[in-house]
Design a binder for this molecule. Structure first.
Ligand SMILES: C[S@@+](CC[C@H](N)C(=O)[O-])C[C@H]1O[C@@H](n2cnc3c(N)ncnc32)[C@H](O)[C@@H]1O
Length: 256
């Protein structure tokens, strides 16, 4: 994994990522850290967007996580879920048609906030508004989406720090100037196993995120942290980082 080139994104067979196993390990029981994250994301989007709606949203590398999409629901007429793995896309296609009770604790956390109750039936709304698309973070179109999320992707799809940086910059680049975003990261991750299969990571901290986003986002970028605590999700990481911000209004950088 540490040999140059071997830990790159294209060296891993993402179609072999087992969605059921990942879901079971990560989300079958709603973790307190994820619940706190979804609450913070909801507050952030409410603060940034107020009464705005009918936006086009994107979640990059959705895997088997619907909480970022749920957090965007009141503000969006369409949410594109971009996934490189065919196995994860199949899971997403099925799950968005009528999501399972796994996601209820996350919606409950959001539903007490302003605007979220307007959604009415979140299961039906997600089925109507979410679209699953094949794609790679490295090929995202520029200046397209008006709100975006990306959870545990840029740092968890490669062991190459340059790919982490490129992925994160591409995600921001895919948003229109001023668009709010929320992104989650594993801190100091050494890589992770899904159903016995090893997937790569870059060991990053908030300083790496800040450094990578310099010049691309407004100065009010903010962070929330969850340290591993007594009940780590797995071995080989020190915590979770949530970054919330807005793409710079005067986006002078045209290519990443
Ligand atoms: C650690 S998982 C995170 C999944 C989910 N977002 C979550 O919050 O749990 C990384 C995800 O990135 C996807 N992925 C891998 N390479 C990618 C790429 N080049 N572009 C977009 N997604 C990719 C994987 O298939 C997987 O679903």
């Amino acid at each position: 994994m540490t040999q140059p080139g071997l830990g790159r994104n294209s060296n891993f067979d993402w179609d072999e990522f087992n969605p059921e196993s990942y879901l079971k390990h990560n989300y079958a029981e709603a973790r307190k850290d994820d619940i706190r994250f979804v609450s913070t994301i909801g507050d952030f989007f409410l603060e940034q967007l107020g009464g705005r709606n009918a936006l086009r949203g994107v979640d990059v590398g959705s895997g088997t996580n619907l909480y970022p999409a749920l957090a965007m629901l009141p503000f969006c007429r369409e949410i594109t879920l971009i996934e490189r793995s065919e196995a994860n896309r199949r899971w997403l296609e099925r799950e968005i048609r009528g999501y399972t009770p796994v996601w209820e604790p996350f919606w409950r956390e959001l539903a007490v906030k302003e605007r979220y109750p307007e959604v009415g039936d979140p299961v039906g709304a997600l089925a109507e508004r979410a679209v699953v698309e094949p794609g790679s973070i490295f090929d995202l179109p520029r200046n397209k989406w008006e709100i975006g999320t990306m959870f545990f992707v840029a740092e968890s799809i490669s062991a190459d720090v340059e790919e982490f940086r490129e992925g994160l910059r591409r995600f921001i680049g895919s948003l229109v100037p001023g668009a709010p975003f929320a992104a989650g990261f594993m801190e100091n991750s050494q890589g992770y196993k899904v159903d016995g299969r090893l997937f790569p990571a870059v060991a990053i901290t908030d300083n790496d995120i800040r450094d990578c986003l310099k010049g691309l986002v407004e100065d009010d970028l903010r962070f929330a942290f969850e340290s591993v605590g007594a009940h780590p999700l797995r071995h080989g990481y020190t915590g979770m980082i949530l970054a919330c911000g807005r793409k710079r209004q005067d986006d002078t950088e045209t290519e990443t």
